[in-house]
Design a protein around this ligand. Structure first.
Ligand code: AMP
Length: 211
């Protein structure tokens, strides 16, 4: 079917919380996405298929319009931008906070701080707005290791319970943004396929509001 809609989902923690919401909307993948190695999944709605990819790739697929819709963390949208996308709905899932964090008892006071993070654009904006000169060090994971190894003074990372920070001798300092997963829609598709996309957005919105 050529006019099938494609919904790009973020794999991992967000996927685990997205699937029950979709199920309540009558959208279920036809096979178990956790045990399958496939990337494309037909669903119980034959006009809608899922692709399951990394969060940082979701805006790219949706921006190019090959997926008309996507589910992605606000952290990704803040870091990589939301050009070409509408963000019509906060799904209220995978909630966490984007924070600065430092070794427990860290007092700061240096003219220049070294900041390790995956979120270099967000961190650059955050420290620039405070007039702090930050040297940004891009990492792809295990940010907590950087202060421990004296690669950095601070980190900018996602915090949920704070257990990961505490387990590594660190504490959260300042909240940069509250994060949750968002429904995103390709702007051109929203116009050309409004008749099919808007009811889906409305249906998900009513499920989110209803709790
Ligand atoms: P916690 O130990 O509960 O503070 O969790 C922190 C780690 O879990 C972070 O380093 C993140 O990588 C990951 N994490 C927690 N919540 C989320 C979320 N909603 N989305 C993506 N990653 C998350």
């Amino acid at each position: 079917m050529t006019d099938r809609l494609t919904l790009a989902l973020t794999k991992g923690r967000i996927l685990k919380e997205t699937l029950p919401l979709l199920a309540r909307a009558g959208i279920e993948p036809l096979e178990d996405v956790h045990s399958s190695r496939k990337l494309v999944f037909p669903t119980t709605r034959d006009d809608l298929q899922l692709i399951i990819i990394r969060g940082s790739d979701v805006p790219t697929y949706v921006r190019h319009g090959v997926a008309q819709l996507g589910v992605v963390g606000k952290d990704i949208l803040l870091e990589h931008g939301a050009e070409g996308l509408y963000e019509p709905l906060d799904l209220g899932i995978a909630r966490c906070r984007l924070m600065t964090a430092g070794p427990t008892g860290w007092r700061g006071g240096k003219a220049r701080v070294r900041v390790a993070t995956k979120f270099v654009n967000i961190a650059r904006r955050h420290f620039a707005a405070r007039g702090v000169h930050a040297e940004l060090i891009k990492l792809y994971g295990a940010m907590e290791l950087a202060p421990m190894m004296d690669l950095a003074d601070l980190i900018v990372d996602i915090v949920d319970t704070g257990n990961t920070l505490r387990a590594n001798g660190m504490e959260p300092l300042e909240e940069i943004a509250a994060i949750s997963s968002r429904l995103v829609v390709n702007k051109a598709a929203m116009r050309s396929s409004h008749r099919r996309i808007q009811p889906l957005v409305d249906q998900l919105a009513s499920l989110v509001e209803g709790g």
